[in-house]
Design a protein around this ligand. Structure first.
Ligand code: BMA
Length: 424
């Protein structure tokens, strides 16, 4: 990373000081005891506003302030004004609070894709009246994963089921149920290729992204895709994490590194968030999650900007190549650790949360993977959550979490039992 110049550093420090001062005033307005200023974390909450994680011995509270309010509050302090207006805590604030408090306490929430709707060798069919109590993770540990992932692929065409055959009605029901239980839900999206009509993995054209930007031939149709996705997210009526346009530094999706320019990629991400905001959908945290096999320069080159991203993450998998298990683990660490080092620095200097947005080792061939590879790799980083990919019901080898009867389940039980790992 290029270090900030002296001038920018001073400017940044002044800005941070201004916001911390404003946060302190806001804390006073909430009649909270004096904050340890070194513990106040500045968090960019969205366009023109920031949030502060206010922490003292007993409480962690979020204080949200708009840029203009920050200046006003400082001015008001200077003239000794003591207004008593209290900021509101929205459901999104509560979600930020929940995630930040994991990071602050050194905890990591565990997540699993599609967990409540199918698993290894089972799938929900009559789901309308089902209590949604089955889960491979729960079958093994007695607890649900804290984070539940779903995919929106197919929503763009108005399909009733997503690309893996899960009805969107069921996704809605499971999302609401999970949030009601105290869990967190995150959405990825593998939409079709808007130019060719192929799937998300159709990389036959380098024009797909440019075609859907403003002025592009497919712009109007793509806005309909966004509309359908936004309609669905709005219908959930709970705060969620949106993680679109992921793994964008590889070239296996039509929005990948060799398929569009950095500017086109950023426009796509910003257009997506701007559209959701224009629909009044503010109860969303946005996650930027490239594949971990990238340099810090590449990561930043396509970063949509602090106003567009709330959580930074990476997707990194372990693969069983031709070599031994130990070599596979070494390769995994070689990709993951530098990425986490970078994310730790980047998330802290940009006031963002960090996560391991996707990971896993297909079929879990290493019986100590959870305690000997995954946990040691992530335990010293402020990773607020880690999500392992799905357990397909119709592909026996395609699973990333243990299931009842799986020989390697014991090690996962130990991992899930660690104080640092949070399940629901
Ligand atoms: C991939 C695989 C596919 C699936 C896709 C989207 O990693 O699991 O089978 O369709 O994710 O969920």
């Amino acid at each position: 990373m290029v270090p900030p110049s002296g001038f920018h550093k001073t400017l940044n420090n002044m800005k941070k000081y201004l916001y911390i001062l404003a946060a302190t005033v806001a804390c006073r307005q909430k009649e909270m005891p004096a904050a340890d200023l070194s513990q106040v974390r500045v968090y960019h909450a969205g366009i023109g506003e920031k949030q502060y994680l206010y922490k003292n011995k007993h409480t962690v509270t979020i204080v949200k302030i708009h840029s203009i309010s920050a200046c006003l509050l400082v001015a008001l302090t200077l003239v000794g004004c003591t207004s008593r207006k209290k900021p509101l805590e929205t459901p999104k604030d509560q979600l930020v609070h929940q995630l930040f408090s994991y990071a602050e306490k050194g905890q990591i929430a565990y997540g699993h894709q599609d967990d409540l709707v199918y698993g290894h060798n089972w799938v929900l069919t009559d789901w309308e009246d089902d209590p949604l109590e089955r889960s491979d993770v729960k079958d093994v540990t007695g607890q649900y994963p804290m984070v539940l992932g779903f995919d929106l692929g197919g929503i763009e065409l108005g399909h009733a089921k997503n690309l893996d055959g899960v009805p969107f009605g069921l996704i809605r029901k499971a999302t609401q149920q999970h949030v009601q239980r105290g869990g967190i839900v995150t959405f990825s999206w593998h939409p079709r290729n808007p130019l060719t009509g192929g799937d998300a993995w159709d990389t036959s054209s380098k024009e797909a992204v440019s075609s859907l930007l403003e002025e592009g031939v497919g712009h109007e149709e793509f806005m309909q895709w966004l509309e359908r996705a936004a309609d669905f997210i709005a219908s959930l009526e709970v705060p969620v994490i949106m993680r679109p346009w992921h793994e964008n530094l590889g070239s296996w999706f039509w929005w990948g590194g060799n398929l569009c320019t950095p500017q086109e990629y950023k426009s796509l991400f910003r257009m997506t968030r701007d559209y959701f905001s224009s629909r009044g959908l503010e109860n969303i945290l946005w996650c930027y999650s490239p594949n971990g096999s990238c340099t810090p320069e590449e990561y930043q080159q396509r970063y949509p900007g602090d106003d567009y991203v709330d959580i930074v993450g990476v997707d990194t998998y372990e693969f069983m190549g031709e070599g031994t298990l130990e070599e596979a683990a070494q390769n995994y660490r070689k990709e993951l650790l530098p990425a986490l080092d970078f994310l730790k620095e980047f998330s802290s200097s940009h006031g963002k949360l960090m996560c391991l947005s996707e990971t896993g080792f297909e079929s879990i061939p290493d019986s100590k993977w959870w305690t000997q590879t995954l946990f040691p790799a992530i335990k010293d980083y402020p990773v607020c959550y880690v999500l392992t990919w799905r357990n397909a019901h119709d592909r026996p080898e395609h699973f990333y979490a243990p299931w009842k009867g799986f020989a390697g389940a014991e090690d996962f039980k130990v991992f899930a039992g660690y104080e640092q790992i949070v399940l629901l």
